[in-house]
Design a binder for this molecule. Structure first.
Ligand SMILES: [Zn+2]
Length: 346
């Protein structure tokens, strides 16, 4: 193992309730939201102040520090958020490990990020998880209040997808013994901020997506992952609208503002889906909500009329046929809902 894990547990108290975590089903990725505060500084805070929040592991540029045993619960996501139940069928605190990235100040980002990526791969291996579905950002679970860990990652040109890709590569290399992966494990940190004309890649694509979500279109080239003159002009319009320095460069302030705007308008919030099973013959407002969501993700049921007829059934079936995990039965239930929501979230 290229890195060591330090286990230095805090005392039982508010931050470490000592309750058993039965099954680890997913990982919630966080950043500390407190630039410059090291892994040990965080441990000291939770040990001494003992607030009713915490996470299992804090990672900075030289330490991977577990402050709560991984078979005990930590309070790292509010219980009354709905997304964890929707996506995983459980409250995060009852089924997930919380991992925090320390960043900013004197913390060497690249070193901290490498450890953060490696540790996620280690957990994937340890608990037999799937990196593409079993790692979730705190911001996804609590979008109205949280922006982590993208808050820290995006400032270094790393998108959420970059991060997941880096974890998959680290897993292949370090836990599957795939020696062929000779390129640097950490790909995501290759984009230097601020973005300017000539930059390209996944992070540029996500910035473009956020611009479009914020109502700033890219009519000629669209979301192409290339930071060209059109993207630059559009960034300048965005900056002007929100009172930022109008330089057409995407740095931390522009990223923060884009996240603020796009988080407040996530489609999941705009298209709340009913929490019931619906099938042909049903009708009512829940069916209408489902029809709107289907239309939004381009599985048009043709009529938004609140009647679950053959066209709506067909739209549900077409959607289900995209995913092997879904029964192709035209019945809307919790699984189909989860996948529609993932689609809305993209
Ligand atoms: Zn968090």
């Amino acid at each position: 193992m290229p890195y060591q894990i330090t286990k230095d547990y805090i005392s039982i108290g508010n931050s470490r309730p000592g309750q058993r975590l039965q099954n680890v089903e997913f990982i919630v990725s966080h950043d500390t939201g407190n630039p410059g505060s090291s892994a040990y500084a965080n441990r000291n805070y939770f040990e001494n102040v003992d607030p009713t929040a915490s996470a299992h592991t804090f990672i900075d540029d030289n330490t991977i520090l577990e402050i709560i045993p991984l078979n005990e619960k930590a309070w790292h996501v509010r219980y009354n958020v709905a997304a964890d139940n929707r996506i995983y069928g459980e409250d995060a605190n009852d089924a997930a490990i919380g991992v925090e990235l320390a960043y900013g100040g004197n913390i060497n980002f690249e070193e901290a990020y490498k450890r953060y990526v490696w540790y996620h791969a280690y957990l994937i291996d340890e608990y037999n998880l799937d990196p593409s579905s079993d790692i979730v950002a705190h911001s996804t679970l609590d979008p109205s209040r949280r922006t982590d860990p993208q808050n820290a990652l995006n400032k270094h040109g790393i998108s959420w997808n970059d991060f997941i890709n880096d974890i998959e590569r680290a897993y292949d290399r370090y836990f599957q013994g795939n020696e062929d992966i000779t390129e640097p494990v950490v790909q995501g940190s290759s984009v230097d901020l601020p973005l300017d004309v000539g930059d390209s890649g996944q992070f540029v694509r996500e910035v473009q997506q956020d611009l479009v979500k914020s109502g700033f279109n890219l009519p000629t080239y669209g979301i192409d992952g290339q930071y060209g003159p059109e993207t630059k002009r559009t960034v300048m319009k965005f900056q002007r609208q929100y009172g930022l320095m109008v330089d057409g460069l995407v740095g931390p302030q522009t990223i923060d503002k884009l996240k603020e705007i796009t988080n407040s308008s996530t489609l999941i919030n705009d298209f709340p889906l009913p929490d019931v099973t619906l099938q042909r013959g049903d009708n009512g407002p829940g069916v209408k909500q489902l029809q709107r969501a289907l239309k939004e993700i381009n599985f048009d049921p043709k009529q938004i009329d609140g009647l679950f007829g053959p066209l709506t059934e067909d739209a549900v079936k077409r959607f289900q046929s995209m995913y092997t995990a879904l029964a192709n039965d035209g019945i809307y239930g919790p699984n189909t809902r989860r996948y529609i929501e993932m689609e809305l979230d993209n």
